[in-house]
Design a protein around this ligand. Structure first.
Ligand SMILES: C[S@@+](CC[C@H](N)C(=O)[O-])C[C@H]1O[C@@H](n2cnc3c(N)ncnc32)[C@H](O)[C@@H]1O
Length: 260
């Protein structure tokens, strides 16, 4: 993995279109809907661990795991700067063994698209099940299958962000980044142009991406065992703000599971 994931500050800027506190509100809202009141949380493939840091601000015992050393160092540094405690671990989300359990585990922003094979997804789900407290929940956010299987499949997305006077322009995927129809893998070319922090710099890299369908996820969960699906949503928003996976406005595939 190269490029944007090796520059966590730039990655965080690129992802600043998200409202992390609102997403954590939704995650905790879903926990409440399923009679869970988590005291501990583990964020997997956490990158800069923005959600783990937000959970820690709200008093949960938070941990974050990522494969990338730069991301782990950045997450630990930012947590310390925020004055919150997040236990950061560099490890693989298909193999980790932390020797403890969590009331809530989350994987955000389609990070499961970095699991390239069915074996890897199943191994990941088994590790999650082994780390859940009794009654604990796993919430995984993936991209909506419509992105790839809809009438107008998107292989290339562009957006701009602005934070503290720094401007970022991101292109994720190029028109030529086609999914291999057999493996469902694409090499996404990512370009980010950053202006305002003492000049302009351009980050370029290739991020391998594996597309998972809803039915494949369902099959992987059954194959892994140890997790029951409670609900699926098409965007962040609990209670009256809930968006069904089938809603035309749905753009995420968020699955809530309970340790069986
Ligand atoms: C799209 S970023 C998401 C980061 C974070 N979840 C967020 O919401 O901003 C994907 C992250 O997955 C990490 N990653 C990729 N493969 C991984 C693996 N096998 N185990 C753990 N982390 C992995 C990358 O290093 C990267 O930080």
């Amino acid at each position: 993995m190269s490029g944007i994931y090796d520059d966590p500050w730039a990655y965080e800027l690129a992802c600043s279109f998200r409202d992390v506190p609102a997403e954590v509100d939704a995650l905790l809202g879903w926990c409440a809907e399923h009679d869970a009141k988590p005291a501990s949380v583990l964020e997997l493939a956490a990158g800069p661990a923005e959600h783990a840091r937000e959970f820690a601000r709200r008093g949960l015992a938070a941990a974050a795991l990522d494969l990338n050393a730069e991301m782990c160092a950045y997450a630990a540094r930012e947590a310390a700067r925020d004055g919150v405690e997040v236990a950061v671990v560099q490890d693989d989300m298909t193999r980790f063994d932390l020797g403890r359990r969590f009331d809530l585990i989350v994987t955000m922003l389609d990070s499961t698209s970095h699991l390239m094979t069915l074996d890897a997804l199943v191994a990941h789900l088994r590790r999650v099940a082994a780390h859940l407290s009794p009654g604990g929940l796993y919430i995984v956010e993936m991209s909506h299958p419509r992105d790839r299987l809809g009438d107008d499949p998107s292989v290339s997305t562009g957006w701009t962000v602005e934070r503290g006077g720094v401007h970022g322009s991101v292109r994720w995927g190029e028109p030529g980044d086609r999914l291999d129809p057999v493996t469902q893998i694409a090499d996404d070319h990512v370009t980010m142009t950053i202006t305002g922090d003492g000049g302009t710099r351009v980050l370029r890299g290739v991020v391998p991406y594996r597309f998972w369908t809803a039915t494949e996820l369902d099959a992987a969960i059954r194959l892994a065992g140890g997790l029951d699906v409670l609900a699926q949503h098409g965007d962040f928003g609990a209670g009256q703000d809930a968006v069904a996976l089938t809603d035309p406005a749905a753009w995420r595939m968020i699955t809530i599971m309970r340790g069986a």
